[in-house]
Design a protein around this ligand. Structure first.
Ligand code: RUQ
Ligand code: CUA
Length: 661
């Protein structure tokens, strides 16, 4: 109706507007009918429709948050959009991954850094990702993650979402209390887990107390280089308890590391020798110990050279740590998992899985107890124990199997309940007290989840300013939630809307995770990330994040023989490789350099050679070098493994390996 022009434009426009209004009203009613019909046919409630409206993300629309989830024993990291819960990417970390070429032509040197005793460990068990922080806020630059099975730490650069470094802990085989960062990412913290003799040595279990060690390692991070500096890093010896999760203090608690432990009984297992099995032996004491470590003091002690070199790595020995007053413990409910510092840094929340309470420690009280030496004694290795009653602030009964706590912006805290299969919302007191309508230190609500939640994650949850819009429950079991995929079922990520106060806290989305068993995740505002769309220039090597001077360029393609070494300089562009024939002799060493010379976004080319176990993913501008011995003679069609153009199938060539005479 708007093209009705003429003598009475004003009236026509008015009429048109009314008509459009009517039409829209009619159309709206029509679509409401459609919605109701679909809802009825599919058995959807009003709550379901609301949940759909809160999560459905139309094609082309992007997510508000990006979640980096541990990939569990897939060894990788999953990138997931929130609230759509769309899986955007898997980042290859500890495990070879062919789609990205990781371990099939690129990444080998980085994977090799993590080998133990030269042994290839081609998988990892990723648990706790951490985002780099500036003044306690996520800055979107780097991601770190630990590997529990082999005590390794990886650094991922968020400019290209690629793994740049894998560090093997020289002291311990096993870690868990990592990774966590100090508020300006000075250090990446890696706490050990199962006590072992230093340097993967043998020692009989009967010598557990004397020769098995606990530890925490402080990896110095160089932001400019984007790497952990091994030679500026150090460890602190801890008693042979099993150190567990940790968190770094911030604001009011800046300078501290809080680290849980389990098995302070130092149980050594049983069954055949009639001693109790670990499960029982490690849960006899009513309390375990939270370690309180002054990392700034530790840094001074390390810089003053008061360390012992073990396996070549500087260690502040337990004795020194006690003498220097940088290590204290305080009792905590037994078998805890999460130790979580509140946004202002003034409270530390711990929950023992066998105690229905969360225990809240006051940082002010901890500092006073350290200053006044308010000790209730010493633990068996001589570490002063801060008197429990003088350091706690409150305890709140939340339910069975409390595991991990996160915080909202408004004075609410959230704790996962493993045994209850629920997420509890409760109120903080102190300076947070006025943010919520409910009284301080009170359980407000429990939302059931399906099932057996481990960690929970709140958007921007580990920062000084959490967002409090979404919470994700990382559930271990999904049982009946999805179509059964045989006896092995996916885990279940459930998105919970926490944007309203009080008891309104609905689950609004279920996301099956069909790969690995994720543990923890970090959720960052999407606009804090600024990833590259293509590499900065043609010939970019992601491993070094610089231009490779040897990178092949257009018009410089060639094959050069030098004795028994053949060097290939190849380019890839839609839709051909250049050169298309490479002939070598059996036994030749082949150094194959290849550059994707595209500048268009998403113009990725693959490069795969059969039999030789090679598959690359070359993003626009990227160069890679592969090296192999042409030991198998034959005719090998190589091709591009990404459907890049209409003539993608023609994007191929032949590697011809002449048999040796
Ligand atoms: S964990 S809940 Cu390692 Cu923190 Cu699994
Ligand atoms: Cu390049 Cu397909």
């Amino acid at each position: 109706m708007l093209f009705l022009t003429g003598r009475t434009p004003r009236r026509a426009t008015a009429a048109a507007l009314v008509l459009i209004g009517l039409l829209t009203g009619h159309a709206a009613a029509q679509s409401m009918n459609d919605v109701q019909k679909i809802a009825k046919d599919r058995g959807l409630s009003t709550a379901d429709l609301l949940a759909a409206a809160k999560t459905y993300t139309p094609s082309g629309q992007k997510d508000d948050y990006i979640m980096f989830s541990s990939g569990g024993h897939s060894g990788q990291v999953f990138v997931i959009g929130v609230p759509s819960m769309r899986h955007l990417r898997t980042i290859a970390v500890f495990t070879p991954e062919p789609w990205q070429g990781w371990g099939y032509g690129v990444g080998e040197e980085i994977l090799e850094e993590g080998y133990v005793d030269g042994k290839a460990n081609l998988w990892g068990d990723t648990h706790h990702p951490a985002l780099s922080e500036t003044n306690g806020d996520y800055d979107g630059q780097f991601l770190f993650i630990n590997d529990k099975i082999n005590a390794r730490v990886a650094v991922i650069d968020l400019r290209d979402f690629e793994t740049k470094q894998i560090i093997k802990n020289p002291l311990t085989v096993s870690d868990h209390g990592g990774t966590f960062v100090t508020p300006n990412t000075e250090y990446v913290i890696e706490g050990g887990q199962y006590s072992v003799p230093w340097g993967f040595k043998y020692a009989p279990i009967s010598e557990y107390k004397e020769r098995y060690k606990g530890s925490v390692t402080l990896w110095k991070f160089n932001r400019k280089k984007g790497r952990i500096m091994e030679d500026e890093s150090f460890a602190i010896e801890l008693p042979p308890y099993w150190q567990d999760l940790a968190d770094a203090g911030k604001l009011a608690s800046d300078g501290f590391i809080f680290m849980n432990s389990i098995n302070t009984e130092m149980a050594t297992g049983g069954i055949e020798d009639k001693k109790p099995p670990f499960e029982a032996g490690a849960s006899c004491n009513a309390t375990d110990f939270m370690h309180i470590i002054d990392w700034r003091k530790a840094e001074e002690v390390y810089k003053a050279g008061k360390v012992t070199r073990i396996e070549g790595f500087p260690v502040i020995m337990l004795e020194t740590a006690i003498e220097e007053g940088l290590l204290h413990v305080t009792p905590e409910p037994r078998s805890p998992h999460g130790v979580d510092v509140a946004p202002k840094g003034d409270f530390v929340v711990v929950s023992g899985k066998l105690d229905p309470h969360v225990t809240i420690y006051s940082v002010k009280n901890i500092k006073a107890a350290i200053a006044n030496k308010t000790y209730s004694g010493k633990e068996p290795f001589g570490i002063p124990i801060l008197d429990f009653d003088s350091v706690i602030e409150a305890q709140v009964e939340v339910g069975l199997g409390p595991l991990h706590t996160q915080f909202g912006p408004d004075g609410y805290a959230y704790t996962s309940l493993f045994l209850d299969s629920a997420v509890a919302r409760w109120t903080l007191g102190g300076s947070y007290g006025s943010g919520t309508p409910e009284p301080d230190w009170t359980l407000v609500h429990k939302t059931p989840v399906q099932y057996n939640v481990g960690h929970i994650g709140v958007a921007e949850g580990d920062t000084v300013t959490p967002d409090g819009t979404h919470l994700i429950s990382f559930n271990k079991w999904s049982v009946d939630r999805f179509f059964p995929t045989g006896p092995l079922l996916p885990q279940n990520f459930q998105l919970i809307d926490i944007s309203q106060q009080g008891t309104e806290m609905p689950v609004i989305y279920d996301m099956p995770i069909g790969m690995g068993e994720p543990h923890y995740a970090q959720i960052i505002k999407a606009d804090k990330l600024n990833p590259w769309k293509v590499y900065p220039d043609i010939g970019w090597d992601p491993a070094t994040m610089t231009l490779d001077p040897m990178a092949p360029k257009a018009k410089m393609e060639r094959v050069v023989r030098n004795g028994n070494t053949v060097e290939v300089y190849m380019t890839a562009i839609r839709s051909h490789f250049n050169p298309e024939h490479v002939t070598v002799k059996q036994g030749d060493t082949v150094i194959w350099r290849i550059t994707n010379v595209e500048r268009a976004v998403d113009a990725t080319h693959g490069f795969s050679i059969p039999v030789y176990n090679i598959n690359l993913s070359l993003e626009p501008g990227e160069t890679a070098t592969i090296e192999f011995i042409a030991d198998t003679p034959g005719t090998f069609p190589f091709y591009c493994s990404e459907f890049c153009s209409a003539l993608h199938l023609e994007m191929m060539g032949y590697l011809l390996v002449e048999p040796a005479d």
